[in-house]
Design a protein around this ligand. Structure first.
Ligand SMILES: [Zn+2]
Length: 184
């Protein structure tokens, strides 16, 4: 097992060698270096970084595989009030390293293809792609923190839609409890 880098994630690596040696790389990528990502978000601190952990290995079929996790603090635009909202993007992903579209098509569906040239993978590009995929399509503040909440309450006076997955309305036990009560 190779030693992990201390801070910066290396930009380009020979991923075949890393996969042969079961290498784990851990490090940071400065968000300011990722121009597509910078254009896709409202902003971030000047020195903000994406923390990344990448594990390179050969899978059971000897496919060169990368399992990764990332985390990055950013500001997105709340789609309810259009103000800035701070959040931490997180993602985990499983990539198959390929050098052609043909190889990409042969990957099983649990592996997302990452196209590279024969001896180099650009890890920062990989991180940027995954960050873009991790962006929520409809970011909104928590209801209680959203400056637009007063307008919202006008539309939804009971305010009951938050946390509805945990709601008690269709919980069979609460129905039973209700039945018991009516007997008294
Ligand atoms: Zn908001």
């Amino acid at each position: 097992m190779s030693k992990a880098s201390d801070t910066r994630l290396p930009k380009t690596v020979d991923p075949y060698r890393l996969a042969e040696h079961d290498t784990v790389l851990e490090g940071d990528v400065p968000l300011s270096a990722l121009s597509r990502f910078r254009n896709a978000v409202m902003g971030f601190e000047d020195d903000a970084v994406c923390r990344v952990k990448l594990s390179f290995y050969l899978d059971g079929e000897r496919r060169r595989t990368v399992s990764g996790e990332l985390e990055a603090p950013v500001s997105l635009q709340c789609q309810r009030c259009m103000e800035s909202m701070g959040t931490v993007l997180t993602s985990s992903f499983l990539l198959g390293l390929v050098t052609s579209d043909g190889q990409a098509r042969q990957l099983p569906k649990e592996l997302e293809p990452f196209l590279m040239d024969e001896f180099n993978a650009d890890l920062w590009l990989m991180v940027e792609d995954e960050l873009l995929l991790a962006l929520p399509s409809y970011p909104v503040h928590d209801r209680s923190e959203c400056p637009a909440k007063e307008e919202l309450e006008a539309y939804e006076p009971d305010g009951s839609s938050e946390g509805s997955e945990e709601g008690t309305a269709d919980n069979p036990f609460s129905v039973l409890a209700g039945l018991k009560k009516t007997k008294h």
